[in-house]
Design a protein around this ligand. Structure first.
Ligand code: GUN
Length: 362
C-alpha cells in the first residue's frame, strides 16, 4: 500500500492507471485505425513477468460508495457496424486493386434451428461487406467422410480463405478430427490445435483467434477497460469460447479464474472479479449475488427460451440475469445485441486477414 503511494507519476502512467482513473468508461467511437489486425492490439503486449506487490486501482470510484450505479450498456450492435464498415472498405480496396475478394466456406450438417440461424446470419454478413460465401449443406445422417471431403475440397480451393464447420456436429462425428482437417491457414474459427496452441503460448502468434473470444476482448478494449492486473472470471471452458478467452485474457495480463460446472461455489469466485465473462450456455445462471458492485459483465450466452407468444416461438436470453445485474454492475453487454454481432464481425475480419495473407495484400 505504502509502495503504491510513493509510486512515481511516470510509472503510474506507464501502468495505464492515470488514464483509467480519468476516463473509466469511455465509450466514444474509435477511429477506424483503432480496429486493426495488429497482433499486439488483440493479443496483448508481450511483457515479461516482473512481480510487484501493487494492486490495480478500483475499477470505478462508484465501486466503493453507496451511490446508485448507472450502468453502461455496451452496444455490440453499433460496435459491430463500425467494424464492418472498415472491413467493407478494405474488401472494396482489395477488389479494386487486385480483382479478388475474400471467400468464406461454411459446412452445415443437419437441421438444428439455432445452427441454421447462425449460418444464415454469417452468410448474410459476408454478402453485406462483399465477402464471397459458399455453403456445403449435409444431412444429419451423412458420413464423417462426407464432411472431410467437403473440408478437403475447400482446403484446395484458392478462392476460399476461411472454412467454418458449424458446431455442434451430430454425436456420431469425431469433431476434433474434422476441425483438425481444416487447413491451419484457413481456420478462421481458430479451433485448430496449432492455432489454439499458439494462442496458449506467450510470444507465439496464432494465425486466427476464435471469433467470440476476439469479440469479448474487442468489446472490453473499446469500452476503455484496462485488463492488465484485473481479476477476470470466465464462466465455461468450451473450446469455442471459455478456454480461448481465458488464454487471450492471460495474454492481456489479467488474472484469470476459470469457473465451470464442477467448480464449488462459483459465485464466491465471480464475486471477486472486476470483469465477468459468462459463456456457460445456461440461462440466468449469473445472479446479482454473483457480481461485485461496479464490475463489468460480458455475456456470451445466447440461450433460446421457448415462448409461444414470440414471433419465432422462442426468445434469446443470456447467461446473466440482466435485470438483477443492472442493479450492481458498471457495464454490461445485452443479449441480443452484445457479443453476438461483434462475433460475426470478427469472423469477417479473420476471413479478410486470411485473404490478405494469401494474396500478400496489405
Ligand atoms: N457454434 C456456436 N458458435 C460457433 C462458432 O463460433 N463457430 C462454429 N464453427 N460453430 C459454432
Amino acid at each position: 500500500m505504502r509502495a503504491a503511494m510513493v509510486l512515481k507519476r511516470s510509472r503510474k502512467k506507464e501502468l495505464g492507471w492515470i488514464n483509467r482513473r480519468r476516463q473509466p468508461w469511455s465509450l466514444e467511437p474509435l477511429s477506424s485505425t483503432f480496429f486493426s489486425s495488429s497482433y499486439s492490439y488483440i493479443l496483448g503486449p508481450d511483457l515479461p513477468d516482473i512481480w510487484t506487490p501493487l494492486a490495480p486501482p478500483p475499477l470505478s470510484s462508484l465501486n466503493q460508495d453507496s451511490t446508485k450505479l448507472i450502468p453502461t450498456i455496451i452496444d455490440g450492435k453499433s460496435i459491430a457496424e463500425e467494424i464492418r464498415a472498415v472491413i467493407s472498405e478494405e474488401v472494396r480496396q482489395m477488389k479494386d486493386t487486385i480483382k479478388k475478394v475474400p471467400g468464406l466456406a461454411v459446412v452445415l450438417v443437419g437441421q438444428r434451428r439455432d445452427s441454421e440461424t447462425y449460418v444464415r446470419n454469417k452468410t448474410k454478413a459476408c454478402q453485406e461487406v462483399g465477402i464471397a460465401s459458399l455453403l456445403a449443406e449435409l444431412s444429419e445422417d451423412c458420413r464423417e467422410e462426407d464432411i472431410l471431403n467437403a473440408v478437403t475440397s475447400f482446403n484446395r480451393d484458392p478462392s476460399v480463405h476461411g472454412i467454418l464447420v458449424q458446431l455442434p456436429l451430430p454425436k456420431h462425428m469425431d469433431e476434433d478430427k474434422i476441425l483438425t482437417a481444416i487447413s491451419v491457414e484457413k481456420d478462421v474459427d481458430g479451433f485448430h490445435p496449432l492455432n489454439v496452441g499458439n494462442l496458449a503460448l506467450r510470444g507465439r502468434e496464432p494465425l486466427f483467434i476464435p471469433c467470440a473470444t476476439k469479440a469479448c476482448i474487442e468489446l472490453l478494449i473499446r469500452s476503455g477497460v484496462e485488463l492488465r492486473g484485473r481479476n477476470v472470471a470466465v464462466i465455461g471452458r468450451s473450446k469455442v469460447v471459455g478456454l480461448p478467452t481465458s488464454l487471450l485474457l492471460q495474454r492481456h495480463h489479467a488474472t484469470v479464474s476459470n469457473v465451470h460446472a464442477f467448480t464449488k461455489n462459483p459465485e464466491d469466485i465471480t464475486r471477486e472479479a472486476d470483469v465477468v465473462i459468462s459463456a456457460a450456455g445456461v440461462p440466468n445462471l449469473v445472479r446479482r449475488s454473483w457480481l461485485k458492485r461496479g464490475s463489468i459483465v460480458i455475456d456470451v450466452g445466447t440461450n433460446p427460451v421457448e415462448d409461444p407468444s414470440s414471433e419465432h416461438g422462442y426468445y434469446l436470453t443470456g447467461d446473466v440475469c440482466y435485470e438483477e445485474a443492472l442493479q450492481v454492475v458498471s457495464a454490461i453487454t445485452p443479449v441480443p445485441g452484445g457479443v453476438g454481432p461483434v462475433t460475426i464481425a470478427m469472423l469477417l475480419s479473420n476471413t479478410l486477414e486470411s485473404a490478405k495473407r494469401a494474396y500478400g495484400f496489405s
